[in-house]
Design a protein around this ligand. Sequence first.
Ligand code: PHE
Length: 450
Amino acid sequence: MKERSEFSGKLGFILAAAGSAVGLGNIWRFPYLAAKYGGGLFVLIYIFFITTFGYAIMSSEIAIGRKTRLSPIGAYGALDKRFKFVGIIAVVVAALIVPYYSVIGGWIIKYFVTYASGGYLEAATDNFFVDFITSPLEPVVWQAVFVLIGAFVVFKGVKNGIEKINKVLMPALIIISLAIGIYSLTLPGAIDGLKYYLIPDFSKFSIEGVLAALGQMFYSLSLAMGIMITYGSYLNKDDEVGRSVRHIEIFDSGVAILAGFMIIPAVFAFSGGSQEALSAGPGLMFITLPKVFASMGLSSLIGTGFFLMVLFAATTSAISLLEVVVSTICDQYGLSRTKSVVLTTAFVILMGIPSSLGNGIWGNVKILNLAILDFFDFITNAVLMPVGALLMCVMIGYFINIKDIQEELGIAKDLGKQKFYGTMIKFVAPVFIVLILLSSVLSTFGIISL
Ligand code: PHE
């Protein structure tokens, strides 16, 4: 058998996994959710989740990968044939997410290029964003560029591609974020924003906030997409899984909190203390922030740095998704990495086209009353991911011998840790995952609001 690629060490693995975890979710969703649901209170709830069952789920995925040394379909199949389809769900999720994630990646490149060429005033004009995303050709071209960058890294392999790029981009991302965060805090009025962001407001406690923290955790930690299984399959047997998970989580939530430092004080300063300007998603990043940047000194530099940093975050996430698909094709069909990369790239570019056109000339095409991009987002994040995660917990907790996984985690001798892990996987995680599933489906159709 061909020898499986490996990360060169723990640092390479942690940075690659962190590169996957740190993405758009950290930048355009976390600060907004925190501001909406009680500032520091939300941060505390979030930290509670990632250190309890988020920790258990991420550890399990990495353990499954490392134990079987296979990509998701093979890995689930090897543990229990009846659960092979859970691996299929994970790969399908990855394959469906990466095209529309790349559409947004393309938008980021467009903004980066606009800022880098001095267009900070243009980017802040009212129709810049809408005119761009509704045009039929340009977004598709940038999307393809984004995919090709990611595909090239994946083509170079685990050690020479994925590990190397993360070792450069992740530290760079931190440095840029710190610089912008510090600058943002010096703006007049910023301190009020900071207080609003960080001081816990317990009067704002709500079930919606708890559910939002749960959903955010799943997405942000890149769980249930086969990513941690795949990266885990390249992890050396000597490294302790639990410790790595802790580091990945610290990195991921650190960047999420830092993103709030960049965004919230600046938006507050810009809007004179009103929180209304703060939104989540594309509106924040592509409409509000360019206006905020235009209103401050150093606009060109800050805008360029910001979109470069976002581009790093999105690229390393997309790479992890591409790797899931590529390694599955290699493992399942015995194709070479090169062939597998070519096939995957073609698929992703083609599949991204309808998502992109859905913003413009195909704007009338609706599936379940959702635009095409939103539909893919819904099916993957709101439905398939929680279902996959639930089935993983059920498999580990009730169908296979949980001891095997505990052994892989290196906790076979520690009764306390075993008990904690067992409780999380058998009881706590399934209950919470069902809650996420219900709330995300209901909120998509406006039955509850999150
Ligand atoms: N974890 C990423 C984020 O926070 C999300 C993501 C990663 C989505 C990989 C898909 C694939 O944005």
